[in-house]
Structure formats: structure tokens, C-alpha cells
Design a protein around this ligand. Structure first.
Ligand SMILES: [Zn+2]
Length: 462
């Protein structure tokens, strides 16, 4: 196993697994005309161990990262919702920090992946949107070390996150003006309050809000393919700009050739626009919950893992490669000694207005009140082998639908078979000790329920 004592985790937020592992099907599904152009991601796929069917515990950023970092199910690390509860389990960098590792964290979403939910515990050096500076400091630091880099560029507005340069800003603004002409959607000049992910200037927020309005226009017309083309373009844009510079730096520092370094690249959830899937937030569609995971180290023989794995298995697997004595009762397993049995994914949602209010309050008071807002379970899915069972619930906890499907080559295929009896038991067991479930009876009007499509976005005001 070599002597790995340097660990780098890299999240490309919102990156779908099939854009790396199953491109032809991705192109076909959304009628993608402008194909992906991603030399860096392609190279990483060729060089790394691939987890092709890894399943996230949650289709949104916070809960998903919490499972990647802790090795626990959301019900155990407490970050089940988007922005409601603080982490209650230590992260890998917190555990390693206690064992003498220097820890670095570079964050594109400092609001939701920062202090408020406890993601900065055990971080020695913290950076916002400055990956090259963080990487340089990491490189110049001796001894055992861990770094995490979060990139939000593939998240909408697709291909744009850092609008620091005028070029970037103008490019997005021109795109929106052109779209406004095509669609007849007037661009807004006033910022509406919404959930907060990053710290942005007003003019950037306005562009994001208008981008989101244009997405809504196409989705209302059920023209999902246009939006998915932008998503694909965003991945190419990122790979050829910001990611290109970053990967080049990793190569220049010799980190890909260093047998003592382990680099883990992953997506936190996918993206899919359809009648049932508004981006990612409310979705348990396979295209959203199947996340790409790539492990790169000169000390680990490359292999392709096609079996179902879970994001909770990443930390136990990483720790197995390190010479540290960490005793923990992770929910996940070390993938190099055990195959996981089944995966569970849940999507919890809150009243949109209440959530937005809570974001504003947290920002204004600079204080996070744990568990203040109410939420309920909207969707959940269990996957075992190639079988998937999904439920959607109403706000009063009744089953709105259940759906059985088969997973084949990274695709979800409808089936007439019913897996309720076979797989339902796993969900019952998962939910058995879930205290928050009592929240389920929170009354939410249907009108507001429809606004869940706005979750994570702006424009929730009536
Ligand atoms: Zn995310």
C-alpha cells in the first residue's frame, strides 16, 4: 500500500457520473449536440481507480459532503437537510488533524460548507475560492497532510462560479442578454432573497438570479435538453479553464507521481431536469444520486469497480491506506476488504419561504440555530445489486408514488417488477431510529409545495 501520508480530496460539485463513464448514453438522453471537451477529466478517468456506481446519501451539497467526510449516514452525522442541522460526527480531516496531520480546506460555498454546519472543525488553513494559493501552501508544508478543494463551477450558472475577471462577468452577461432576446424573458434588476451558498456581490447575484429565471422558462416549456446542453457546456468550460490550471499545478508539484499521495476526485450529486427532477435538490433519480468517484495514487493498482458503492465508504477506504490508528464504527465499509450491501438516499425539504428566511436570519445575525426550521421527507431510494426502489411522499407522509427500476450500465430502466417487498425493509430499518420523522406532519400548502423547484435557487417570492 506504499506509505500514503498526503491525502487530497477534490469535489466537482454537481458532476454527473455518466458525463465521465457513460457519455454516449448521456448524449442520447438529452440530445446533446455540442459534445463534452474535457481533457483533464478524461485523463483522470484513464489514470484512476473508478467507482462507476457510487451512490450519494443525499441529492444536495451539504448532506452529501457530510457523508463523504464522515463515513456516516445522514441520520447519524445529523446533516440530513440542506441547511438545518450541524455535523455531529467528526470528519476525516478532523480525525487526521488530531493525529498530527496539517489540514487545508478551500471552499467555493463558504456559507453552506463553512462554520455554520460545523464543516470547519479541525481545519488548520482555510481558503475561499483560492485553490492555487491553498495548493501552494499545501505543497510547501512538510509532514503528514490533508487538503480538500471544492469547485462550484459545474453547478448552475453552468461553467461560471468565479466572476472575478471582467471577461467572465461579461461572458455570462452577454449569454443572458442573448437568451432574454430569444425567450422574451425580461432580465430582472432587483435581487430577491434566496438561499445562500457562496458570498457574492450584488451584481453577481443578479446574474445568477436571471440565469435561474431563464432555466425556469425552458423547464416550464419542458425543453429540458436545452438546459442540459448548457450543463454539458459548463463542464467543458470548467475543465478548460479553472480546472486546467489546478490540475496543471498538481502535476507541476509532482503530486500525481508521488507514491505517498492519494488523490480522490468526486461529485456530490448529479443534475437532471425533467418533470420529476428540478436540477438535483428534490430528486432520487439515478442520474442525480449516482456520483463519480476516482481514486488516484501510484501506490494503488488501478481498477474499475462496477458494483454499487456508497459515498459513506470513501472515508473508511481512505483510512485503510494511511498509517494511522483510527478506531471508528463507520456506517461505511472499507471497499478494499468488503463489498457494501445496499445504499440509501433521502431528500428532505422545507417550506421554501421558511428556508429563505432562515438563511437571511443566519447571515444577518451571523449565528446558526440548530434544527430551527421544519422539514419533511420528500423522496427516498434504496439500491441493492441492480435493483432500485424509490418512494415519493406528500407533506403529510402519505406515499405519492413508489417506483421499481433496474440499474444497467449506469442507467435507470423502468420495470414491471415490484421490489417493495424485497427492498422496502431496508428503508423501514433505516428510518426506524429517525427522530426527525415526527416533523413530517408540518403543514405545507400545495402552492408552496410546488415551489420546491425553487429550492436552492432565487425567485421564491410571490
Ligand atoms: Zn452540490
Amino acid at each position: 500500500m506504499g506509505n500514503i501520508n498526503k491525502v487530497i480530496m477534490i469535489c466537482v460539485d454537481t458532476l454527473r457520473a455518466d458525463t465521465l463513464f457513460n457519455r454516449e448514453d448521456f448524449y442520447l438522453k438529452y440530445n446533446i449536440k455540442q459534445k463534452l471537451n474535457t481533457p483533464n477529466l478524461d485523463w483522470l478517468v484513464r489514470e484512476s481507480t473508478l467507482l462507476k456506481n457510487c451512490i450519494t446519501t443525499s441529492p444536495y451539497t451539504t448532506a452529501s459532503h457530510a457523508s463523504y467526510f464522515t463515513g456516516y449516514w445522514p441520520k447519524h452525522h445529523s446533516v440530513m437537510d440542506f441547511f438545518k442541522n450541524k455535523l455531529s460526527k467528526p470528519t476525516i480531516y478532523n480525525l487526521l488533524n488530531k493525529k498530527g496531520y496539517k489540514t487545508f480546506f478551500c471552499n467555493d460555498f463558504p456559507f453552506i460548507l463553512g462554520d455554520y454546519l460545523g464543516f470547519k472543525e479541525g481545519v488548520d488553513r482555510y481558503y475561499i475560492e483560492s485553490e492555487l494559493e491553498c495548493l501552494k501552501d499545501f505543497h510547501n508544508t512538510d509532514g503528514n497532510k490533508f487538503a480538500f478543494f471544492h469547485f462550484a463551477d459545474v453547478h448552475w450558472p453552468y461553467g461560471y462560479h468565479k466572476l472575478k475577471s471582467n471577461n467572465e462577468f461579461d461572458s455570462l452577461e452577454n449569454f443572458l442578454m442573448e437568451q432574454s432576446k430569444i425567450t422574451g424573458v425580461p432580465l430582472s434588476k432587483k435581487i430577491k432573497p434566496g438561499p445562500i451558498e457562496a458570498i457574492k456581490e450584488d451584481k453577481e447575484l443578479l446574474l445568477e438570479q436571471n440565469y435561474r429565471m431563464i432555466i425556469d422558462y425552458y423547464c416550464n416549456k419542458k425543453d429540458y435538453n436545452t438546459v442540459m446542453q448548457w450543463y454539458a457546456d459548463g463542464i467543458s468550460r470548467f475543465d478548460n479553464s479553472r480546472f486546467d490550471e489546478f490540475i496543471r499545478s498538481l502535476k507541476d508539484y509532482g503530486l500525481f507521481d508521488d507514491p505517498n499521495t492519494l488523490i480522490v476526485i468526486f461529485g456530490d450529486h448529479g443534475e437532471n431536469w425533467s418533470d420529476e427532477s428540478y436540477g438535483h435538490f428534490n430528486s432520487c433519480d439515478y442520474s442525480v444520486i449516482n456520483v463519480p468517484v476516482l481514486l488516484h495514487s501510484k501506490s494503488i493498482p488501478r481498477k474499475i469497480i462496477n458494483e454499487i458503492t456508497r459515498t459513506i465508504d470513501i472515508v473508511p477506504s481512505i483510512i485503510n491506506f494511511l498509517n494511522v490508528d483510527i478506531k471508528n464504527d463507520f456506517d461505511g465499509v472499507d471497499l478494499y476488504s468488503k463489498a457494501p450491501d445496499h445504499s440509501v438516499t433521502q431528500s428532505w425539504v422545507s417550506d421554501f419561504k421558511e428556508l429563505v428566511g432562515f438563511f437571511q436570519e443566519t447571515k444577518n445575525k451571523n449565528e446558526f440555530i440548530d434544527g430551527k426550521i421544519k422539514s419533511f421527507l420528500l423522496k427516498e431510494a434504496v439500491i441493492k445489486d441492480n435493483k432500485k426502489l424509490e418512494f415519493k411522499y406528500t407533506n403529510s407522509g402519505e406515499v405519492e408514488y413508489s417506483k421499481s427500476s433496474i440499474i444497467k450500465n449506469g442507467l435507470e430502466i423502468n420495470t414491471d417488477l415490484n421490489f417493495q417487498e424485497e427492498l422496502g425493509e431496508y428503508l423501514r430499518r433505516y428510518n426506524h431510529d429517525l427522530v426527525n420523522r415526527s416533523d413530517q406532519n408540518v403543514a405545507i400548502e400545495d402552492k408552496i409545495l410546488n415551489e420546491f423547484k425553487n429550492l436552492g435557487y432565487y425567485g421564491g417570492e410571490q
